[in-house]
Design a protein around this ligand. Sequence first.
Ligand SMILES: [Zn+2]
Length: 310
Amino acid sequence: MFSPPRRAVALAAALVAPLLAVSACSSSGGDDGAVDVLASFYPLQVVAQEVGGDRVDVGSLTPPGAEPHDVELSPAQVASVDGADLVVYQSGFQPAVDDALAQASPEHVVDATDVADLTTLRADEDADGHTEDDGHDHDGPDPHFWLDPTRMPAVVDAVADALTEIDPDGAETYRANAEALNARFAALDEAYTTGLATCEQRVFVTSHEAFGYLAQRYGLEQVGISGIDPESEPSPARLREVGEIVDAEGVTTIFFETLASPKVAQTLAADLGVEAAVLDPIEGLADDSQDYFSIAEANLDALRVALSCS
Ligand SMILES: [Zn+2]
């Protein structure tokens, strides 16, 4: 039996322990010595996790399975931005994350917009005769760089550099992990280049315009039903226009995605008598048995079927 004073000590310890755990979570570095990294959405989380390996704890500001464009942050998430050792985000993509960073001062930040060579692709698409339409209300550069694997290594290297600054003992690990990850992106690019080299079609129709960089890289043409923002509703005029393109180009398939509603794309495909299939913009994981690379490979297979590639 414990004597009463010891019981009091044990009780006090039990009360204090959760408080210690909470403060350890919010303090820089955590109690396990790992570097606390906060990524703003899935592809950046992949980069941070793969480069950091066992030396980092990576959290994401976008919940698994959520669509990242219009993410909203809880007060606790906003606070976590301030406490992170490194924040990896993409300015101009998620307004709530931009706001949180404007109020916080994490010691190290990697902004993918600064390193991923973003451009405004929509102007190119307008140049080939498709009329301006009202669904495209996004003024900044196209954010969806992660769908072109050749744009990822610059972000990988920036994350490796930032982690090395925070945790110099891990320098060799971060460099080796970055090189291994970049080799996987290079292999993926090779698979896309080969797989999409000889196709009967070059035009593909998607729900929202996430695949502009991919199209540019592999010589395809994306026709988005909605604009760059998956939440924007296409106008009847836009739906008619897409229908005309489908007829004129002999498009076999209208693609929908996993995190946004497939209804518009599926209805349009049914109306036009063409297939509907998944092309995933890899903005988050709808199914956690998948990952960036397995989804990218499934996307390649889906494009090869839809475009009749040999
Ligand atoms: Zn998107």
